[in-house]
Design a protein around this ligand. Structure first.
Ligand SMILES: CC[C@H](C)[C@H](NC(=O)C[C@H](O)[C@H](CC1CCCCC1)NC(=O)CCNC(=O)[C@H](Cc1ccccc1)NC(=O)N1CCC(N)CC1)C(=O)NCc1cnc(C)nc1N
Length: 329
C-alpha cells in the first residue's frame, strides 16, 4: 500500500502540522512527530474535565483493550500525557494499520487540553523509545512498513499552507533536483544525522555536528557558535533574557542560512527565521533559530528547517541502515 495525507499548519506561526487520522471509527487531527514514538489520543477514557473540545477516540467501541498496559510520556517542552492502551485499526490517507497500539489518554497536561487544534500525536521516531509498559509497542510506520511499496515516508511541509506526509513512495513532482542521502544514527531512538558547514552571506559560520530531524519541534535549535554568527548579520538583534532567546526588530532583513548535509548545501530562506512578534502587536520579533541550550543541548532541525524541503525518512536499505533523504521543494 502507499498514499498521502494532508498536513496543515496548526496556526499562523506554523507551530505544528496536523493531519486527519481515523482511529477505530473516529477521525481525529493528530500531530505527526518524528521526535517521539507514541501514538496517543484524547479519548472517552480522558476525564470529561480534560476533554475540552477535542475529537475523541472510543476504545471501548472499536478497540481491544491491552489489559494492564500503560504509557506515560514527557516531552522536551515539559508537557506530557499518560494512559491506557488499545489495539485498533488506524488509517492515514489510504494506508491502514490493522492492529495499531492506540494509546488513550487518562490525563494530559494543560497545554494539550487547551490546544484545540490537536487531538493527540502520531510518533514516527523509532519504536525503541515507545513508552508502553510492560511491552513496548510499534509505531504506525513500523507496523505498516513491510506492506508499503517502499519502506519510507516523506515530510513535505510548507510555510503557511497545507503540505503532505507521503507513505511508501517518492513523488518527484514534490521536489527539485536529486535527493541527497545521509546515514541515520538511531541509537537514541531518533532520526539522528550529522550536519556540516554553515554559511551566511558567503561567510563561514561554523559546523553543526550531530542533530535530529524532528517534525514535532517548531524551531531550529543549533550550536550557540552558529546561532550567534547568524544574528551578528541581523541589525538590532540581541539574545534577550526577558524573552529567553534571540530577538530583533520585526523590520529587520533576515539573511538566508545555508548548511551542508550529505554533501549538498540546503538553504533556509531568511524570512522563515521571523517566528512572530514577542507579543501581539509588538515591533520586536522572536527568532526561529535559537541556541540548542534551549533544548537540553540537542541540535534539532525542527519545522523551520523542514518546511520548504522534501525530507525522506527511509529504511529501503534495511531497518538496520536507516537514512535520511533531503531535497529542495
Ligand atoms: C519518549 C519521549 C520523547 C522522545 C520526547 N520527545 C520530544 O520531546 C521531542 C518531540 O518532538 C516533542 C513533540 C511536541 C511535544 C508537545 C506537543 C507538540 C509536539 N517536541 C518538543 O517537545 C520540542 C519543544 N516543543 C516545541 O517545539 C513546541 C511544539 C508545539 C507546537 C504546537 C503546540 C504545542 C507544542 N513549540 C512551542 O512550544 N512553541 C511555542 C514557543 C515558541 N518559541 C516555539 C513554538 C523526549 O525527548 N522526551 C524526553 C524529555 C523529557 N523531559 C524533558 C524536559 N526533556 C526531554 N527531552
Amino acid at each position: 500500500q502507499q498514499g498521502s495525507v494532508t498536513a496543515s499548519p496548526s496556526d499562523s506561526m506554523d507551530d505544528s502540522y496536523i493531519c486527519p487520522v481515523t482511529t477505530g471509527s473516529n477521525t481525529l487531527h493528530l500531530d505527526f512527530d518524528t521526535g517521539s514514538s507514541d501514538l496517543w489520543v484524547f479519548s472517552t477514557d480522558t476525564p470529561a474535565s480534560e476533554q475540552g473540545s477535542h475529537s475523541l477516540y472510543n476504545g471501548e467501541a472499536t478497540g481491544k483493550l491491552l489489559s494492564g498496559y500503560t504509557w506515560d510520556i514527557t516531552y522536551e517542552d515539559g508537557s506530557g500525557s499518560k494512559g491506557i492502551v488499545y489495539s485498533d485499526k488506524v488509517v492515514i490517507g489510504p494506508v491502514t494499520a490493522t492492529s495499531q497500539a492506540v494509546e488513550a489518554a487518562t490525563s494530559a497536561s494543560s497545554g494539550f487540553v487547551s490546544d484545540t487544534s490537536t487531538d493527540g500525536l502520531v510518533g514516527l521516531a523509532f519504536s525503541s523509545i515507545n513508552t508502553v509498559e510492560p511491552q513496548q509497542q510499534l509505531t504506525f510506520f513500523d507496523n505498516v512498513k513491510s506492506s508499503l511499496a517502499s519502506p519510507l515516508f516523506a515530510a513535505v511541509l510548507k510555510h503557511g499552507k497545507a503540505g503532505t506526509y507521503d507513505f511508501g513512495y517518492l513523488d518527484s513532482s514534490k521536489y527539485t533536483g536529486s535527493i541527497a542521502y545521509t546515514a541515520v544514527d538511531n541509537s537514541q531512538g531518533f532520526w539522528g544525522f550529522t550536519a556540516g558547514a554553515t554559511t551566511v552571506g558567503g561567510k563561514s559560520t561554523g559546523s553543526v555536528g550531530a542533530a535530529i530531524m524532528d517534525t514535532g519541534t517548531t524551531l531550529l535549535y543549533l550550536p550557540s557558535k552558529v546561532v550567534s554568527a547568524y544574528y551578528a548579520q541581523v541589525k538590532g538583534s540581541s539574545n534577550s533574557n526577558t524573552y529567553g532567546g534571540y530577538i530583533f526588530p520585526c523590520s529587520a532583513t533576515l539573511p538566508d542560512w545555508n548548511v551542508s548535509i550529505g554533501g549538498t548545501t540546503f538553504t533556509v530562506t531568511g524570512s522563515y527565521f521571523n517566528y512572530s512578534p514577542v507579543s501581539s502587536g509588538s515591533s520586536t520579533c522572536y527568532g526561529a533559530m535559537q541556541p540548542n541550550s534551549q533544548t537540553g543541548g540537542s541540535t534539532v532541525f525542527g519545522d523551520t528547517f523542514i518546511k520548504g524541503h522534501y525530507i525522506v525518512f527511509d529504511q529501503t536499505q534495511g531497518s538496520n541502515s536507516p537514512r535520511l533523504g533531503l531535497a529542495k521543494q
